[in-house]
Design a binder for this molecule. Sequence first.
Ligand code: NAP
Length: 281
Amino acid sequence: MYKLIDGKKLAHKMRAAIKEDIEGYKAASGKEIGLAVVLVGEDPASQVYVRNKIKACEEVGIKSYAYYLDENTAQARVEELIKSLSVDGKINGILVQLPLPSHLDSKKILELIPFSKDVDGFSAENMGRLCMNEPCLVACTPNGVMKMFESEGIELSGKNAVVIGRSNIVGKPMAMLLTNANATVTLCHSRTRDLKAKCLEADIVVAAIGKAKFITADMIKQGAVVIDVGMDRDENGKLCGDVDFESVKEKCSYITPVPGGVGPMTITMLMYNTYLSATRS
Ligand code: NAP
């Protein structure tokens, strides 16, 4: 019998704890905590993400500063804004909502965010520190997955973990976090040979592919823990994950649903990182 890891419930619990920590910090320091959210253009999905992030800030007591820039904003203007936020004492975290319009050089813009305010954890410095297992701001989605393991008391040390997907925002930091937690990690991607055989060896499978219901029951070992990071649409346009939940669940010890699994943890970890960055400054 499998156990469902309820990300919505865990995120709710964690946000209440973060709110309490933030209240304590504010009372002790007399300071506010500020998160700058920069959105360029009118991409509808990005607008929803930004709205949700601002709402989460209100919920936990972080002051949000939203910067809505026109779709055609010049590179120099965005750079100027990031530079000014970087030295602004009331801003503890800077988040640039991706993707940026194609005329902008995202890499150059993101590189301007100092690592201490890089609450997304995407900077080379934060990624490098993560690789070296040093204190850093960790990318929110994989860090949320680690909190799920922790909350369920899932042992990672010595386990075989397979991470499918090697993006800089999910797969790679996930593999690093699992390595740092003493799991033996295989990081798979589109060129991996015989993915099924690799998955069948895994005690823990983390799917971050972006392909609806790609992971099927025949790829999963009996009793494995399956974490579904995917946010995809099925043939009827309904939100689903990278894992074929209905068939896979019967073989798992633990599994995350989509929606209501990893998704709610991501913004929660953003709040956590903003709090951390305030306490470290
Ligand atoms: P991405 O940058 O597109 O990366 C996808 C990865 O999957 C790539 O490494 C790719 O391999 C690999 N892949 C593609 N086809 C494959 C195949 N047939 N076999 C094995 N590996 C394959 O995606 P991402 O940004 O990491 O996101 C992944 C999924 O997570 C998406 O559904 C996204 O919406 C979701 N997501 C959810 C959250 C959340 O909060 N829940 C946050 C971020 C992302 P190559 O490198 O070889 O191309």
